[in-house]
Ligand binder design. Structure first.
Ligand SMILES: [Zn+2]
Length: 179
């Protein structure tokens, strides 16, 4: 990339980050010759990402659909809407850069879970349950225990509250099968 100050063609990248909602990458560069700094935008050639669903059906990756699911899972967990949008942008950018632009819905779920695990464990558990990762209450409780044992960041909700909320929400569904 040619330096706008001295036209030298070599620069080093100081910082790269996704911008314009994951549609481009903004790079902060420093000219190796005159040391001036400048910014470049690298646009990703847009190719739609195909999502392969559980039943084998295919659909295009839907940014707002994923965001809606995450907003629902993260209600009252203290994660801002802005942060969730940034996560969805990141995920979309990651998918766009894959050599094969096909992804299973399960893989997307896993990506989301990786992000949420870093952010907030209550949101993580909710999303995991929404995605049907838990086959039954036993798995759910085992995961709760696992997370409790870890040194997790503070959240407003205690574990008791979370379990309580889940009991209330899920009693009528088949997620909670009381034996
Ligand atoms: Zn220069």
């Amino acid at each position: 990339m040619q330096c706008p100050y001295c036209q030298h063609t070599n620069s080093r990248v100081l910082e790269s980050r996704s911008s314009e909602g994951g549609q481009s990458i903004r790079r902060r560069r420093e000219c190796l010759c005159c040391k001036h700094r400048f910014t470049t935008y690298e646009r990703i050639e847009f190719v739609p990402v195909t999502v392969i669903k559980h039943d084998g059906k295919k659909e295009s990756f839907d940014h707002s659909k994923l965001l809606r699911g995450m907003v629902r899972a993260c209600e009252k967990t203290g994660i801002s809407h802005q942060r969730l949008e940034a996560i969805v942008d990141d995920i979309e950018a990651q998918l766009q850069q894959r050599p094969r632009r096909e992804v299973t819905s399960q893989e997307i779920g896993q990506l989301v879970l990786e992000y949420l695990r870093e952010e907030n464990e209550v949101a993580y558990i909710r999303f995991a349950s929404v995605y049907g990762r838990f086959q039954g209450i036993k798995d759910f409780m085992a995961t709760l225990r696992q997370l409790q044992q870890k040194d997790v960041p503070n959240t407003e909700n205690s574990w008791e509250t979370t379990i309580q909320e889940f009991s209330e929400q899920e009693t009528s569904s088949n997620v909670m099968t009381h034996s």
